[in-house]
Design a protein around this ligand. Structure first.
Ligand code: NAP
Ligand code: MG
Length: 402
């Protein structure tokens, strides 16, 4: 069989530890035998980030901007222990943070749903994608511990020195204070990324805040979303048969729990922090969660939501067998290849990505899976495979699909 030809290269961002091992297995077994793979390769492994003073991370993000589609392996975010372990020149910043800042993007996380790994919420039939706004609010707040009685005010001084004041509280005794902010430009980018991604997946977009209580702060989020929707996206949504739905955050939570899924839930920063963990644990497994960074101008970077699976890597280094789940990393590749195929108009590449995803799901539904899934599946006698044998089993399923 002739290999599928590509036109534009994918930006390939390699990473660390066990996921770096899986990365190579996936390419060797599942992609390169079928696709004449064209990538521009960036090694974001911690050693190379250290050797290049982290310039490689910035260059990889610039390449994503240039070509439009990237696929990323999980990477170590250094802490004190890693600085020692890898003898680092500096405690380099999180690559994901650096890339997100350069692309001004929003992260969307979607669980991969398979039979046999049932969500704990029984009515959820389709995946729920969570989008988290990644700027401001409580994460960039300033706080004061109020020691005693006194007056607290919110003061804004404009460039000409004019002040706007608002009384926060006349304290009769000790208490606490917090100042939060956000930026219209950041909320606008978030909104556009969400609307674009909803169109991309052909799924409705939900957004919620507490605008009835927070009549200026949260209401601004609501208004910006509404304006951008009306002026830029309404027609496209209607043509795609999807909707933009706004409600209060508590109402949204109640509706999410009773829904059957199949939509994108855009969350303010804190809500996204809390609810993304709720969604991912309720759907079953971190190893089955994909993640895509989408910029407001439509650049896509695909990855798995989990980390480098350090514990498994140390077993691997000792020569012990591992059973690490490669599903989310495979879906990062299929997501990126499908998007590349759509942009370059290569239907065979789109079909390949769809077929490979089908093969992954069928392999699990046939009872072959890694240990993490075997321990939670509702299937009676699952076969627990090691890291490589699971990937080989997917290849066999793929070759036998028509
Ligand atoms: P992790 O790599 O996600 O793994 C945590 C645990 O979850 C694993 O020990 C394993 O449990 C289970 N797990 C996660 N993915 C799995 C998979 N594919 N197959 C089977 N089990 C899986 O998180 P971490 O150990 O906290 O972090 C390790 C490194 O990853 C850190 O250096 C961190 O900076 C980095 N990280 C990177 C990203 C990213 O690049 N996007 C995201 C998060 C963390 P058991 O040990 O019980 O088998
Ligand atoms: Mg969290």
């Amino acid at each position: 069989m002739e290999k599928i030809k590509m036109i534009t290269p994918l930006v390939e961002m390699d990473g660390d530890e066990m996921t770096r091992i899986l990365w190579k297995m996936i390419k060797d077994e599942l992609i390169c035998p079928y696709v004449d793979l064209k990538t521009e390769y960036y090694d974001l492994g911690l050693e190379n980030r250290n050797a290049t003073d982290d310039k490689v991370t910035i260059e990889s993000a610039e390449a994503a901007k240039k070509y439009g589609v990237a696929v990323k392996c999980a990477t170590i975010t250094p802490n004190a222990a890693r600085v020692k372990e890898y003898n680092l020149k500096e405690m380099w910043k999180s690559p994901n943070g650096t890339i997100r800042a350069i692309l001004d993007g929003t992260v969307f996380r979607t669980p991969i749903v398979v039979k046999g790994i049932e969500p704990v919420v029984k009515c959820w039939k389709k995946p729920i994608t969570i989008a988290r706004h990644a700027y401001g609010d409580v994460y960039k707040s300033v706080e004061i511990k109020v020691p005693s009685a006194g007056k607290a005010e919110l003061v804004f001084t404009d460039e000409n020195g004019n002040e706007t004041r608002e009384l926060i509280h006349n304290f009769k005794g000790a208490g606490v204070l917090q100042g939060q902010h956000n930026l219209n430009s950041s909320i606008e980018s978030f909104a556009r990324s969400c609307f674009n991604y909803a169109l991309d997946r052909k799924e409705s977009l939900w957004f919620a805040t507490k605008d009835t209580i927070s009549k200026k702060y949260d209401h601004t989020f609501k208004d910006i979303f509404a304006d951008i929707y009306e002026n830029e996206y309404k027609e496209k949504f209607e043509n795609s048969g999807i909707e933009y739905f706004y409600t209060l955050i508590d109402d949204a939570v109640a509706r999410v729990m009773k829904s059957e899924g199949g939509f994108i839930w855009a969350c303010k920063n804190y809500d996204g922090d809390v609810f993304s963990d709720m969604i991912s644990s309720a759907f079953g497994s971190l190893a089955m969660m994909t993640s895509v960074l989408v910029s407001p101008s439509g650049i896509y970077e695909y990855e798995a939501a989990h980390g480098t699976v350090q514990r498994h890597y140390y077993k691997h280094l000792k020569g012990e067998e591992t059973s690490t789940n490669s599903v989310a990393t495979i879906f990062a590749w299929t997501g990126a290849l499908r998007k590349r195929g759509e942009l370059d108009n290569i239907p065979e590449l789109v079909e390949f990505a769809n077929k490979l995803e089908k093969a992954v799901i069928k392999t699990i539904e046939d009872g072959k899976m890694t240990k993490d899934l075997a321990s939670i599946t509702e299937f009676k006698n699952p076969v627990a495979l090691n890291s490589l044998d699971f990937i080989k089993a997917i290849r066999e399923t793929f070759d036998n699909l028509d």
